[in-house]
Design a binder for this molecule. Structure first.
Ligand SMILES: [Zn+2]
Length: 258
C-alpha cells in the first residue's frame, strides 16, 4: 500500500475523535437550556399557585366586607323596626331583616369554603416552593457538571488537535487534499477498510488484484473504492492464491494479523 496510508488511517482515527468531541461540545448549550427549562417550569408552577392564593385572599376580604355589610344592614332594619308606625312597614322590615340574615349566612358559608380552599392552597404553595428549591439545586448541580464536562472535552479536543498536527506531517500535500475532499463528501470519513473482499465503507466487492496491491509494500498507488470513492486500505494478510482451486477465501491464519 501507499506509504502514507498508515498515517491516513491515524488521521481518520483522530478526525473521528475530533468530530465526536465537537458534537458533544455543540450539545452543551442545548443541555444547559434544557436544564434551565426545568427551573422555568418549577417557577411557573409556583407563580400559578401563588396567583390562585392571592385571588383567594382577595375573595376572603370581599366576603368579610359583604358579611359586615349585611350585618350592618340587618342591625339598621332592627333599629328601625322599633319606630315603625304601620303593621305593613313592620312586615316589610321583618322581610328585609330575614333577607339580610340569609345573605349573612350565605356569605359566611362561602367564607368557610374559601378558607378551606386557602388551606389547601397554602399547602400547594409550600409544595411548589420546595419543588422549586429542589429544581434550583438539581439544575445548579447539572450546570456545574455540564461546565466541568465542557472544560474536560475542550481539553481533550486540544490534545487530539495537537495529535492531528503531528500525524499529518508525513502526509504529502496532494494526499491531504484528496483525504479532505473525500472526508468532506462522506460525513468526515475518507478511509475504508477492505476486509473479507469487501469495502467496509459501502459493502461493495473489492477486486482481488486491488486487495493484493493494497498489501504490497512496494506499491505507491492509492486505491479508492469504485463504488463509494473512499480510500481503501487493508489490515488483512493477502490470501495465498491457490493456483488449483483459484479460491479467494482468506485462510483462518488471517486472524493473527493486527
Ligand atoms: Zn466502498
Amino acid at each position: 500500500m501507499h506509504p502514507a496510508i498508515p498515517h491516513l488511517i491515524e488521521l481518520q482515527r483522530v478526525d473521528h475523535q475530533i468530530a465526536l468531541l465537537r458534537a458533544e461540545l455543540d450539545s452543551f448549550p442545548k443541555r444547559i437550556v434544557e436544564a434551565d427549562a426545568k427551573l422555568k417550569g418549577a417557577r411557573a408552577e409556583l407563580a400559578a399557585v401563588k396567583e390562585t392564593q392571592t385571588q383567594g385572599i382577595a375573595e376572603r376580604k370581599k366576603l368579610e366586607f359583604e358579611v359586615q355589610q349585611w350585618k350592618d344592614r340587618a342591625r339598621k332594619y332592627r333599629d328601625q323596626s322599633g319606630a315603625v308606625k304601620t303593621n305593613e312597614s313592620f312586615k316589610a322590615l321583618q322581610h328585609e331583616i330575614a333577607n339580610a340574615d340569609a345573605e349573612v349566612a350565605k356569605a359566611e358559608d362561602r367564607q368557610l369554603e374559601v378558607m378551606m380552599t386557602s388551606e389547601d392552597l397554602d399547602r400547594r404553595v409550600r409544595l411548589a416552593e420546595s419543588r422549586l428549591k429542589e429544581a434550583e439545586q438539581t439544575v445548579a448541580a447539572e450546570r456545574k457538571e455540564i461546565h466541568a464536562q465542557g472544560t474536560e472535552k475542550k481539553k481533550q479536543l486540544e490534545v487530539v488537535l495537537a495529535e492531528r498536527e503531528r500525524i499529518i506531517v508525513p502526509v504529502p500535500e496532494d494526499l491531504r487534499e484528496l483525504y479532505a475532499r473525500i472526508a468532506k463528501r462522506h460525513n468526515g470519513t475518507a478511509m475504508a477498510e477492505a476486509r473479507d473482499g469487501q469495502c467496509r465503507g459501502c459493502g461493495m466487492r473489492v477486486l482481488p488484484h486491488i486487495l493484493q496491491e493494497l498489501r504490497t509494500e512496494t506499491n505507491e498507488e492509492v486505491f479508492r473504492c469504485e463504488s463509494c470513492g473512499l480510500i481503501l486500505y487493508t489490515l488483512e494478510p493477502i490470501p495465498v492464491a491457490n493456483p488449483a482451486g483459484g479460491s479467494m477465501n482468506a485462510s483462518s491464519a488471517a486472524s493473527t494479523n493486527h
